[in-house]
Design a binder for this molecule. Structure first.
Ligand code: PLP
Length: 372
């Protein structure tokens, strides 16, 4: 008996191209600088038995994040990564087939993928050449959720606060404006969290995956008016936060955990500034964009060749050339001091080989096309 199951899946599911995460699209390598993770990782302890179901919204964790962020516990939803926050916002606020979200690429890929998997259309309003919002175009569009990423992944720039306010003013009563602050700890002064007090349709996404060095934990937060949080709680699974996750996340948000995070942010920001300065002096690097996060976007002569040359040396970085408006661009996540040293040595070898007439870089490895 032959089984042909694929045609049984929903047509909209068959059409989906899954998110090409860094982990999924590149394997191997010893130095991982392709997923914006934090290499400076503390370790944690677990206590007790795990025979009971966990709380849906563990109170001490919600309380810990609320006091870290300076909001009320009713304004906090904890979820399986910020990615689940994105998904829940779409499922709670967008009517399939009818409603739309707006995104401003080049940006994080999951907004469009979550929308597509929920049969919600995406309106695309590209960033201007200086990577600020095209507010006029954005305000023309009819959308239920407007996603703004600041610091933006992969460009590293901050969306000007005045533009966010302008967009909030315009969409009052019509749409939620979601500001994704996944990297905000690297530029804390730029947070728009204070605007929650003024705008009940502002939503802020946060995560423990980046500055807190807990990408493997899967823990994120949505901060918004209590009515928004309530709507998300109607949709969330009964046990989204495993007990070990709640325990570790609560330790990460202790006074000591926050101090360790701030220390690691200071180290990474310094390593990033040093790397940006180094790479700007390399032949074959045409642009180094200023970054407010733990990664740097570079334009090079040949992005695919640069990625494969480094991969051949066990160093993984990310080709971002498939993103709208970015050509021959790579994104480098900031790793440990040792990893950055290995990267800089490998880059020096690669870029000098590009400029010398008689040698060509190693292009034997195939690099997969990626959508983000
Ligand atoms: C990494 C990232 C996320 C997802 O964070 P998780 O909490 O790991 O799901 C969300 N938004 C942006 C912009 C990111 O780069």
């Amino acid at each position: 008996m032959t089984t042909n199951i694929s045609p049984l899946a929903r047509a909209s599911v068959q059409a989906i191209e899954p998110y090409a995460s860094a982990r999924r699209s590149m394997s191997g390598g010893a130095v991982w600088l392709n997923a914006n993770e934090n290499a400076l990782a503390p370790s944690y302890q677990l206590n007790g038995c795990f025979n009971r179901y966990p709380s849906c919204q563990p109170a001490s964790l919600v309380q810990a994040y609320a006091s870290y962020a300076g909001v009320q516990p009713e304004q906090v939803l904890v979820s399986r990564g910020a990615d689940e926050g994105i998904e829940l916002l779409i499922r709670s606020f967008c009517e399939p087939v009818e409603d739309r979200i707006a995104i401003c690429p080049p940006t994080y890929g999951m907004y469009a993928i979550s929308a597509q998997s929920n049969q919600v259309a995406t309106v695309t309003v590209p960033l201007l050449p200086d990577f600020t919002l095209d507010t006029d175009a954005l305000m023309q569009c009819n959308a239920k959720l407007v996603f703004i990423c600041s610091p933006n992944n992969p460009t590293g720039d901050l969306i000007p606060r005045q533009q966010i306010i302008e967009v909030l003013e315009h969409f009052h009563g019509e749409a939620l404006v979601v500001v994704d602050e996944a990297y905000i700890e690297f530029a804390m002064q730029a947070s728009v969290i204070d605007l929650l007090a003024t705008y009940p349709h502002l939503v802020i996404l946060r995560t423990l995956s980046k500055a807190f060095a807990l990408a493997g934990l899967r823990c994120g937060f949505t901060l918004a008016a209590p009515e928004v949080i309530q709507a998300l709680k109607q949709m969330i699974a009964p046990y989204p936060i495993a007990e070990p996750v709640a325990q570790i996340a609560t330790q990460a948000l202790s006074e000591q955990g926050i101090a360790a995070m701030q220390q690691s942010v200071a180290t990474i920001n310094q390593l990033r500034n040093d790397f940006s300065q180094f790479v700007a002096g390399q032949p074959g690097v045409t642009t180094v964009w200023p970054s407010n996060a733990n990664y740097v976007l570079l334009q090079v002569d040949d992005a695919a060749a640069c990625v494969s040359a480094l991969q051949a040396e066990g160093i993984l970085i990310r080709n971002q050339s498939a993103q709208r408006g970015l050509s021959e661009v790579v994104r480098v996540s900031i790793g440990s001091p040792e990893e950055m040293q290995a990267l800089q040595q490998a880059m020096q070898r690669y870029f000098s080989s590009c400029t010398s007439a008689d040698s060509t870089p190693d292009q034997s490895m195939q690099v997969q096309e990626e959508n983000t």
